[in-house]
Design a protein around this ligand. Structure first.
Ligand code: 3H9
Length: 701
C-alpha cells in the first residue's frame, strides 16, 4: 500500500473481524486512492485466515458522497469503481457495510455490493447521479432493483432524491438500523453476521423480473418532463437490464454511463453543483460572524412577507413593521399562510409551525426594533424614503445591529451614508418569493465591515440560500445583466421576430419561460417604472423600443391585469394578445422598419451573446468576484437552464473568439449596444476561458 492509500483506507483486526475504515475528508469521496485502498484491503482480509467477516465503515460527516466528481473528464485510474464493487460482492467472506450521514452515488453502490447493510441514525441514502447528468455507474441500476420493488427503484434513481434511513430500511435498502457510532456499529454488525442474527447474501445473485410495461411508462413520463434531460431516461433504460444476469446488466449500465459521461449535460450540471459551493470563497470568509437571534423586517409587501417567513424558518425571532395596524395584520396573515403552506407541503412539522408563529410579531412602531440583531428594510424603492428610514434606524437600533436594505438597484453606499455606522450597513437582495427563491445577493458597500459580510453569508446558510457577493452598481449582478440582455429581445421584436417566436426559442433552449412571458408574470409596470427612472440618463445613441411602454399606457400590466403580451386561459394556456400585435406593427411602421425573419438559432445566439457580454463586464468591473459567481446568480435566481451551467459556463462552450466575431457582426447594425467587453477580447486573444478565472483564485474547480 502507498502512504496515501494507508491514510484514506485502513484495516483493523478485532478477533475474527476485519474492520475497513474509509477516512477521506471532507466527505469520503471515492477517489483513486480510496478505490485502491478498498481493493487492497479486501485482498488482504480475504487472504487472512484469522478473518471470518469484513465490516466497512467511514469516518467524518458522511459514509461517502460517492465517486470523486473532480476526476470526471480526466483519464480514468484503476481500479474503477464498478470493479471495486464487484470485488466486494465476490468476496469469499461475508462483507457488511455500516453507513452513516450522506451515503450517495458510488457510496451507496459500495454498500449495495456488500452482503448486508446497516444504517446509523440520521443516515440518508440516494443515487443522485441524474442530478449531475449521469446514472449510477457502479452497479446501482442493477443492484437496487434486486433489493426493492421496481417502481421504488425507478423513482429513487430517476429523481436522485435522498432517502432517510427509516424509509430505506422499510424499503429493503438497509437491513437494520443502529444508534451506535460507526466503528462500534461495524463491530456489532460483524458479530451479528458471525452469530447468524444478521443474514447475508450477494445482491447480484438475487433474480428479479423486470416488467417492461413499468419501464415503458416511466420512460414516457420522464420524456414528457421539461427540459427533457437524457440522464433519467437512460437510467431507466439501464434498470431495464436488471432482470438479466448481473454481469450482463453491469455491462449495459457501464455503456450507458459512459455515454452520459461524454454527453453535454454532465459538465454543466457539475459546474452548477460546484457553483453553489464556489460562491462561499469570499475575502471576508475568515471574519467572525455576529450572532443573529432576532430580526426586524420593515415593510409588509410581498418581499417583506417572504423575508420574514425565511428568517423565521431559519429560527430567527422576527418582528415585522408596517405603517398601519391593518397593514400589519395583513402581513401577519400572509406570513402565517406561508408557514401553513410549508406544513401542507411537508416542509415543516406542525409543532414547529406553532413555535415559529410564537416567534413572530408585527408592529407599527419602528422603536420596537431597538434590541434586534438585524434589520432588513423592504420598503418602497425610493432613495429619499430609504435614506430617511436608515437615519431613523441609526437613532433607534442598538450598537452592533446590522442594518440591511433589500433594494434591487439603489446605491447602497448612499443608503449607508444616511447612518453614522456605515460599517454595519449591507445590501441583502432577496428574490421573490423570498422564502422560496434560493438566491441572495449580498451587496457589499464601500465601508461594510468584513464581519457583517461573514454574518450575511452565515445567515444565508441558515436560510438554505445561495449567497453571492456583489459589489455596488445599478442592479448589482443579476438585474444589471438582465437590464442589458432584455433589450436584445426587444430589438429582435422591433426588427421582425414575434415575441412568441422569441419566447419559444428560449424555452426550447431550456428556460422555463421566455422573456415576454416572464414580463407578463412579473408585471409589466415594474419594467415601465425602471425605464422611466433611467430615461434621464439614457444615452442619445441608445436604440429605444417603446412597445412595452405602449402596452402599459393601455393599462395592460400582464397577468395581474388579465392581459399583457399574451391572453391567458384558466389552465395557464397562452395566446398572443391581438392588441399587442397591433402595437408591435405600429411601432415598426413608426420606426420605418421592414420586418425580417429570425431563426430560433439566431434568437438564442443574440440573446445569449448579450447576456454573456454584460456578464463579462460585471466580472471585469469587479462587481462579481469570479465568473462562476455570475453563473450562480443566474442558476439560483433567474431560472437559467441548470444543465448549461450558467451564462459564463455556456460562454466557454461557445468560445471567446466566436463570441467576439458575433458581437462584431451585430455591431454593424448597432455599434452602441453591441460592444466587445475588454475581458472577452482578452480571452479571445489569449485562447483562455472564463473557467480559467475561476480556478485562478480557487482550488482547482
Ligand atoms: C457517482 O457516484 C458516480 C458513480 O455512480 C459511478 C462512478 C463510476 N466528489 O456539499 P458540501 C466536496 S457521482 C468530490 O459543501 P455538505 C464539495 O465540493 C457522485 N468532492 O458539504 C465541497 O468541497 P469544497 C454522486 C465532493 O455537508 C466539500 O466536498 N454523489 C463530492 O453540505 C463539502 O461538500 C453526489 O452527487 C464528490 N462526490 O454536503 C453527492 N461531494 O469544500 C454530491 C462533495 O471545496 N455531494 N464534495 O467546497 C453532496 O450532495 C454533498 O456534498 C453532501 C455533503 C450531502 C455529501
Amino acid at each position: 500500500m502507498t502512504e496515501q492509500t494507508q491514510a484514506v483506507v485502513s484495516i483493523e483486526l478485532e478477533g475474527a473481524i476485519g474492520l475497513v475504515r474509509i477516512d477521506n475528508p471532507p466527505v469520503n469521496a471515492l477517489g483513486a486512492a480510496v478505490r485502491q485502498g478498498l481493493a487492497q484491503a479486501l485482498e488482504t482480509l480475504e487472504r487472512d485466515p484469522q478473518v471470518q467477516v469484513v465490516a466497512l465503515y467511514g469516518t467524518g460527516r458522511a459514509f461517502s458522497a460517492g465517486a470523486d466528481i473532480r476526476e470526471f473528464g480526466k483519464p480514468p485510474v484503476d481500479p474503477k469503481l464498478p470493479d471495486v464493487c464487484n470485488r466486494i460482492e465476490a468476496c469469499a467472506k461475508p462483507v457488511v457495510a455500516v453507513v452513516h450521514g450522506p451515503t450517495f452515488g458510488g457510496g451507496l453502490e459500495v454498500a449495495l455490493a456488500a452482503h448486508a447493510r446497516v444504517g446509523l441514525a440520521g443516515a440518508r441514502v440516494g443515487l443522485p447521479e441524474v442530478t449531475l447528468g449521469l446514472l449510477p455507474g457502479a452497479g446501482g441500476t442493477q443492484r437496487l432493483p434486486r433489493l426493492i420493488p421496481l417502481e421504488a427503484a425507478i423513482e429513487i434513481i430517476s429523481s436522485g432524491r435522498q432517502v432517510p434511513a427509516e424509509e430505506a430500511q422499510s424499503l429493503g435498502i438497509l437491513d437494520r438500523l443502529s444508534q451506535a457510532e460507526p466503528r462500534q456499529a461495524a463491530l456489532d454488525a460483524a458479530r451479528a453476521v458471525l452469530d447468524g442474527s444478521l443474514p447475508t447474501r450477494r445482491t447480484g445473485d438475487i433474480a428479479v423480473a423486470i416488467d417492461p410495461a413499468t419501464i415503458a411508462s416511466a420512460a414516457a413520463r420522464l420524456q414528457k418532463k421539461r427540459p427533457a434531460l437524457a440522464a433519467p431516461i437512460k437510467a431507466v433504460e439501464a434498470i431495464s437490464y436488471a432482470g438479466h444476469p448481473i454481469g450482463e446488466g453491469l455491462k449495459a449500465e457501464r455503456a450507458l454511463f459512459l455515454e452520459l459521461m461524454d454527453g453535454p449535460d454532465r459538465q454543466g450540471l457539475i459546474h452548477a453543483f460546484n457553483a453553489e459551493r464556489a460562491v462561499k470563497r469570499i475575502p471576508e470568509a475568515g471574519a467572525a460572524p455576529r450572532p443573529v437571534a432576532s430580526a426586524g423586517v420593515i415593510g409588509g409587501g410581498t418581499m417583506g412577507v417572504g423575508i420574514a417567513t425565511a428568517l423565521l424558518q431559519a429560527g430567527i425571532k422576527t418582528t415585522l413593521v408596517e405603517t398601519s395596524a391593518e397593514g400589519a395584520e395583513r402581513a401577519r396573515a400572509k406570513v402565517i399562510g406561508n408557514l401553513d403552506g410549508a406544513v401542507k407541503r411537508g416542509k415543516l412539522a406542525a409543532e414547529q409551525r406553532d413555535r415559529l408563529v410564537a416567534a413572530f410579531d408585527t408592529t407599527t412602531e419602528l422603536e420596537k426594533l431597538a434590541a434586534v440583531d438585524l434589520v432588513v428594510e423592504a420598503v418602497f424603492e425610493d432613495m429619499a424614503v430609504k435614506t430617511g428610514l436608515f437615519g431613523q434606524l441609526d437613532r433607534i437600533c442598538k450598537a452592533g445591529a446590522i442594518l440591511a436594505t433589500n433594494t434591487s438597484y439603489l446605491d447602497v453606499n448612499q443608503i449607508a451614508a444616511a447612518t453614522s455606522r456605515q460599517q454595519n450597513v449591507i445590501g441583502l437582495h432577496f428574490f421573490s418569493p423570498a422564502h422560496v427563491m434560493r438566491l441572495l445577493e449580498v451587496v457589499v458597500a464601500e465601508k461594510t465591515a468584513p464581519e457583517i459580510v461573514a454574518t450575511a453569508f452565515e445567515l444565508a446558510a441558515r436560510m438554505k440560500k445561495v449567497a453571492v457577493r456583489s459589489g455596488v452598481c445599478d442592479g448589482f449582478i443579476g438585474n444589471r445583466i438582465l437590464a442589458h440582455y432584455r433589450k436584445a429581445a426587444d430589438y429582435m421584436l422591433l426588427d421582425g421576430a414575434s415575441y412568441e417566436e422569441i419566447d419559444r426559442a428560449l424555452e426550447d433552449f431550456g428556460f422555463a419561460m421566455g422573456p415576454f412571458a416572464v414580463a407578463d408574470l412579473a408585471g409589466l409596470d415594474i419594467g415601465w417604472a425602471t425605464r422611466k427612472r433611467k430615461a434621464p440618463t439614457r444615452p442619445a445613441e441608445e436604440r429605444y423600443v417603446a412597445i412595452a411602454d405602449r402596452i402599459c399606457e393601455a393599462g395592460w400590466f400582464g397577468r395581474k391585469s388579465g392581459r399583457g403580451y399574451y391572453l391567458y386561459d384558466d389552465a395557464g394556456g397562452r395566446v398572443p394578445n391581438p392588441d399587442v400585435l397591433a402595437i408591435v406593427e405600429a411601432e415598426r411602421a413608426a420606426n420605418g422598419i421592414q420586418a425580417r425573419t429570425f431563426t430560433p438559432e439566431e434568437i438564442v445566439a443574440r440573446y445569449m451573446t448579450a447576456m454573456i457580454s454584460e456578464s463579462a463586464r460585471v466580472v471585469e468591473d469587479g462587481i462579481a468576484l469570479h465568473p462562476i459567481d455570475v453563473d450562480a446568480v443566474f442558476l439560483f435566481g433567474y431560472g437559467f437552464p441548470r444543465h448549461l451551467g450558467g451564462p459564463l459556463n455556456h460562454a466557454d462552450r461557445i468560445g471567446a473568439r466566436q463570441l467576439v466575431e458575433r458581437i462584431e457582426a451585430y455591431a454593424r447594425e448597432d455599434s452602441h449596444y453591441w460592444q466587445t467587453p475588454g475581458l472577452l477580447r482578452q480571452l479571445a486573444e489569449s485562447g483562455g476561458s472564463f473557467n480559467d478565472l475561476n480556478t485562478a483564485n480557487s482550488d482547482g474547480r
